[in-house]
Design a protein around this ligand. Sequence first.
Ligand code: MG
Length: 376
Amino acid sequence: MKTTLSVIKADIGSVGGHICPSQELLAGVKEFVAQQGRKLVMDTYISHTGDDIAILMTHTRGVGNEDIHRLAWDAFVAGTAIAKQQGLYGAGQDLLKDAFSGNVRGMGPAVAELEIDERPNEPFLFFAADKTDPGAYNLPLYLAFADVMHCPGLVLSPKMSKGFRFVIMDVEHTEGDRVIELNAPEDIYDIAALLRDNQRFVIEGIFSRATGEQAASVSTSRLHNIAGTYTGKDDPVMLVRSQGIFPATGEILGPYSIGHFVAGCMRGSHTAPLMPVSVNSPTSYFDGPPLVSCAAFCVHNAKLTEAADCFAHPFWNHVRDKVSRKILEMREQGFSGAAMLPMSELEYTGVVEKLNSLETRFSVRNEKHAPAAAAD
Ligand code: MG
């Protein structure tokens, strides 16, 4: 019997702007899943990161299962009713379609799933990021699965020496899933050449080359590709298995000490460092900083242990101080240059209308009528 891990998340309304969901909203989603999911799922864990609610479910129905996706969708619809009742900001904002159609992919919520043959001990990590997009995981995954400077297991563990296969998606291609498969270590320059472009090329999955087993699954949805306009940042979720033939948990967490710059933050339009935070953390400064939480579990016979909050350890206070310094440095330059995302990312925002309105006020200067140089 295979176990499926499914996490589906959405922003369906939050308190005080983009801070966090209300307690009543969270309780409503939990109650809905507990009642309606009784015969469908083996176990659940519901949490929030910033303004996003994530429903983690274990079951035996495989990935992309209609009943599982419908359960999450219906829970978010029920939650949206509560959010509207309470007048929460952005009630239902990630539910971009009117009716469920078999799978939440392409409908607004983000989804990451793994179907696994459980090992006798099966540790895995559930990441949730807010105020950023799926490319935020590119660098930490590359460093954990392909860089010996960050992952000593690639050198020290014979089980990992065959490397990993990266499945990378071109998320700008909207007419279908455009993917490429590349192998580490021999293709690492090619992998890096793609992953440097976090807005276009996103790691969808990583697989062990020793056994073929899947190590990581990342949500790849870009909301503006679905809605055709800016509706909020994509706020990706991710599942990563650890230990044994996969990197150790600490090797997977290590790269988050960098606080690397990602896309997102205020109005989804800025460059800001990614801050590792505790599970159930709100957002704050400048509608950010972009944040990532990580809950670690073991799963056995599709039953979850309690969650271990990976970024709650005091070590991460030091990292958070560093990230705070980095975002303050970047914010000093406001709208200028690297502080704000390039036009390719802003084309779904109101800045396009502003630039269009200025078009008619431009004129091309005729050199013949240029002001004469002042006489000596
Ligand atoms: Mg969000």
